[in-house]
Write a protein that binds this ligand. Structure first.
Ligand SMILES: [Zn+2]
Length: 472
């Protein structure tokens, strides 16, 4: 009897002229006969698939298509799910993979002209859009967790399986350089220091060298050229945990952002993303014992202070292949650069805290919507049976600014001030101790001066009504 032919992705079937639609993804996954759960229902009613493969101790979550015009992660994830059982059976003994190839289903189905949806991307001609069904950029939603996609992944991945490593797959259309793919570790300085150091200084440089040697792929830290003062630098993106990989890092987990270069042909982008994900998985499998210890130790780490304001920082200078300068009118942004110049630039690939605050013993919260959000993130807390009557501190606002235009549907709030003591408490609600594994995350959510917490997103307030107190 002939072996049943393995399913082909829509990209493969069309010689990379087209990318998979939602129905193509589901049909492909069903043909693989892997266990599928539906981890969310999108705003427009589509069920978001999550597939599990492997039976190893180390749990890894691979997420693609959060920005649905950035399509190579989706195709590479499907191909890996199909190929790994025959090409890398040993890897699947070391790892359990949870794969969501089409996180933003609604965005994927906002089918339109690639020239409009992704102006500087070399194919396919028709693709989806960046935003989800409600028009949100869900790679900004990790802290406020408003989208069904984020709520679903919190419940079905972060809380249920607590993966040690998270990969988030994208395409970048920034600076025109000589790299096939750029990557990033978690960027928040509040990330567990050992987790951050391992991803940034061991895992990613190892993968970079290996893929250069084995496949001639050129990889580098994610960045774009920009001016800082009088200097031209290579600078990364933001440290805020609203981004997926920064969020996973703040939970004390390893995370890797993958950004294939949009000016490369679609097929090349699928291939480099495929090879990159596979190389990260192989490296993680090799270091499985070490990684399991890293995340266990991260859960035990308690810090006396954490940052609330940060500044980008350099690691030194390196030489980067940039497209040779030529008139803008001569550049076709949908095609790869062909001539390069080697430019030595300071590499700003990290952040440092410039203002920190002590971590209190606990926060007291009497705002039910705050509590609901903390519970979604898996923060531990206790309901106060009787109001808390001992002295607590309240936050006094010295300075407050509110964004003039909405960002992701919110006018961002920035406050500065002091915790003042003592206020005699008579406070009902919940006590949230900081002596718990998600310490850095709950601090980032609850500390009023945090730029990506509940106050910042306007989801609670510190004046005129005080909803959060603390026990120093
Ligand atoms: Zn993206």
């Amino acid at each position: 009897m002939p072996l049943q032919a393995k399913p082909q992705t829509r990209a493969e079937r069309t010689a990379y002229a087209e990318t998979s639609r939602y129905d193509d993804v589901i049909t492909f996954l069903e043909a693989l006969k892997l266990p599928i759960i539906w981890m969310a229902t999108s705003d427009q009613g589509r069920k978001v698939p999550l597939v599990t493969i492997g039976k190893g101790k180390l749990k890894v979550y691979v997420q693609a298509n959060i920005h649905a015009g950035e399509v190579e992660g989706k195709e590479a994830a499907l191909m890996l799910l199909r190929d790994l059982p025959s090409t890398h059976p040993k890897l699947l003994e070391k790892l359990t993979l949870f794969v969501c190839p089409i996180y933003n289903c609604d965005g994927n189905e906002k089918w339109g002209d690639g020239k409009r949806n992704r102006g500087s991307q070399d194919g396919p001609d028709v693709i989806g859009e960046r935003a989800n069904g409600a028009g949100l950029d869900i790679n900004r939603d990790c802290m406020k967790a408003e989208s069904p996609e984020m709520r679903g992944v919190l419940e079905n991945i972060y809380l249920k399986h607590d993966p040690a490593l998270v990969l988030d797959l994208h395409t970048t259309n920034g600076t025109r350089h000589g790299f096939h793919l750029t990557y990033s570790p978690p960027l928040s300085p509040n990330t567990d220091p050992d987790v951050l150091t391992y991803v940034r200084d061991t895992l990613l440089p190892t993968v970079r060298k290996k893929l250069d040697k084995d496949k001639a792929w050129k990889l580098f830290d994610y960045g774009n050229t920009e001016r800082r003062g009088t200097e031209r630098v290579w600078a990364t993106f933001g440290e805020e945990p609203r981004y997926v990989t920064n969020y996973a890092g703040l939970r004390g987990r390893l995370a890797v952002l993958s950004e294939a270069a949009s000016f490369l042909p679609f097929e090349t982008r699928v291939k480099v993303t495929y090879d990159f994900v596979l190389a990260v998985l192989e490296e993680a499998a090799k270091d499985s014992t070490k990684i399991q210890k890293l995340v266990k130790d991260a859960d035990k780490r308690r810090r006396s202070e954490l940052g609330v304001r940060f500044e980008m920082a350099p690691r030194g200078t390196e030489t980067i292949p940039l497209e040779k300068t030529r008139p803008e009118s001569e550049i076709d942004h949908r095609k790869a650069p062909t001539e390069f110049e080697q430019v030595t630039l300071p590499i700003w690939d990290r952040f440092k805290p410039i203002q920190s605050r002590p971590v209190p013993k606990a926060y007291l919260v009497h705002d039910d919507s705050v509590i609901a959000l903390l519970q979604r993130h898996g923060i531990q807390m206790k309901n106060l049976a009787t109001p808390y009557t001992r002295a607590v501190q309240a936050f006094v606002v010295r300075q407050k600014s509110v964004g003039r235009v909405a960002f992701q549907g919110h006018k961002l709030v920035q406050v500065e001030g002091e915790w003042v003591a003592p206020t005699t408490g008579n406070i009902g609600g919940w006590i949230v101790p900081t002596d718990q594994p998600r310490q850095a995350l709950l601090f980032h959510l609850l500390e009023p001066e945090s730029l990506d917490g509940l106050v910042a997103w306007g989801l609670t307030e510190v004046e005129p009504q005080i909803m959060i107190f603390r026990l120093p």
